[in-house]
Ligand binder design. Structure first.
Ligand SMILES: *Cc1c(COP(=O)(O)O)cnc(C)c1O
Length: 409
């Protein structure tokens, strides 16, 4: 496979580094993967993509190089973009869509980043990885490590949704519960690098997960015939997805593939129980202070400090977007409301985006005729506690009460 990657570049100060060896951070901050986009434009066109398999690897010229046999894959990519008309109507809008990432392997969009990161780790001869996780990244890392036949160590808060704990266990990762937050797990992984000889696969600490997440943006563009929506609502934790999509749009613009110069306004959505990015956005800061006592049902966005904070904030501001915190207490309600009116299995993180949709539509910041895309980053089924409720019972020996059954309770 021909490589179009030219180098890696510090997101903080632009320092160029070679992409020929495994790398982590530069001055404690993330690296971008850079491409020769002129060469990409000569090698491939939108029309040439049409006959390729419906996975994220169809964009391989815009991804780090890997031969067919080297790709660690579970068939990730090409998730549906579903119209959500009934939901839209509730908020006085007409064009709301949900990009349903719950249908990916391991039930969340973390598959994209980890398929890419694991493919590169194996290419570089790495045989042992470690990852701190709020839940889904651990599950995906465990699955892709099993797929690759390499050893994985996963560290998660001890109140991480149970399914995430069990999926790591099932995939054979050495998995540990930590009585703290993802930031505490991150410290353990960092400290273990010397003693355990593992490669740190933390969000944004190696450059390739962004490239996998980038395919969320490439897909959206291709599914919409290279015309992007007006607004994207994205549940933001570490921010890889938002950063990756913005990078995708920038690369597509440079390639000349987009039908319009107008890029979407990116909205970083957080819960008011953990909103470091929103606080920094409101204060006009480029870096975010750690959020004390972070607590939210939406485990994937319970990230009190993000190493790519400035990359998220730069993207949001460059796009003319916003960072919005929604009420933690209402997440469960938005989740149930969306699933019951659209049938789409949305996770609590995406439910926060529904809350943001409600707020921004009410404020008039999103116009009735604007096109809005919400990313459903994971499957509701991974959060049994968030879905739980009491079901009415029927006594098989008692006479049936049809009025009660008709009421559902
Ligand atoms: C990880 C995660 C997020 C946050 O994603 P980032 O790109 O790291 O901000 C949102 N939703 C779910 C379900 C997640 O697992």
């Amino acid at each position: 496979m021909r490589s179009f990657v030219t180098h890696l570049e510090s997101a903080l100060d632009g320092t160029k580094l070679s992409a020929d060896e495994p790398r982590t951070l530069h001055r404690d901050r993330p690296l971008w993967v850079r491409y020769d986009l002129d060469a990409v434009a000569r090698a491939v066109s939108p029309a040439a993509l049409r006959d390729r398999p419906p996975t994220m690897w169809r964009y391989r010229e815009l991804l780090p190089p890997a031969g067919d046999a080297e790709i660690i894959t579970l068939g990730e990519g090409m998730t549906p973009l579903l119209p959500a008309d009934r939901l839209a109507k509730r908020f006085g809008l007409r064009h709301v869509f949900i990009k349903d990432e719950s249908q990916l392997p391991t039930g969340s969009f973390k598959s994209r980043g980890l398929a890419m990161a694991m493919t590169m780790a194996v290419r570089f001869g790495i045989t042992r990885i470690a990852i701190p996780t709020a839940g889904n990244a651990g599950g995906a890392a465990a699955a892709y490590a099993a797929r690759a036949g390499i050893e994985a160590f996963v560290f998660m808060p001890d109140d991480t949704p149970e399914i995430n704990q069990y999926e790591c266990l099932a995939a054979g990762a050495r998995t540990f519960l930590v009585n703290g937050l993802i930031t505490d797990c991150g410290r353990i992984v960092r400290e273990g690098t010397a003693a355990m000889g593992w490669f740190d696969l933390s969000t944004l600490k190696e450059p390739y997960r962004i490239e996998g997440k980038k395919t969320m943006g490439l897909e959206l563009a291709e599914q919409r015939q290279w015309k992007l929506p007006d607004v994207i609502l994205y549940p933001t934790g570490g921010g890889t997805g938002l950063i990756g999509m913005w990078k995708a749009f920038d690369e597509l613009a440079q390639l000349g593939w987009l039908k319009s110069d107008k890029l979407p306004r990116m909205v970083a959505v957080q819960s008011d129980g953990c909103a470091p990015i929103v606080r920094a956005f409101d204060a006009g800061e480029r870096f975010a202070e750690p959020f004390e006592n972070a607590a939210t049902l939406a485990a994937g966005i319970r990230v009190p400090a993000a190493i790519g904070d400035f990359m998220i904030l730069d993207a949001v501001r460059a796009s003319g977007g916003r960072a919005v915190a929604v009420r933690e207490a209402k997440i469960r309600e938005w989740m149930r409301m969306t699933i019951s009116c659209e049938g789409i299995s949305i996770c609590p993180e995406a439910a926060a985006c529904v809350g943001a949709l409600e707020q921004l539509a009410e404020e008039g910041w999103i116009g009735a005729d604007e096109e809005v895309v919400i990313y459903n980053t994971g499957a509701a089924q991974k959060y049994p506690a968030a879905m739980a409720g009491e079901l009415p019972r029927i006594d098989k020996d008692a006479p049936l009460d049809w009025d009660r059954i008709a009421r559902g309770g």
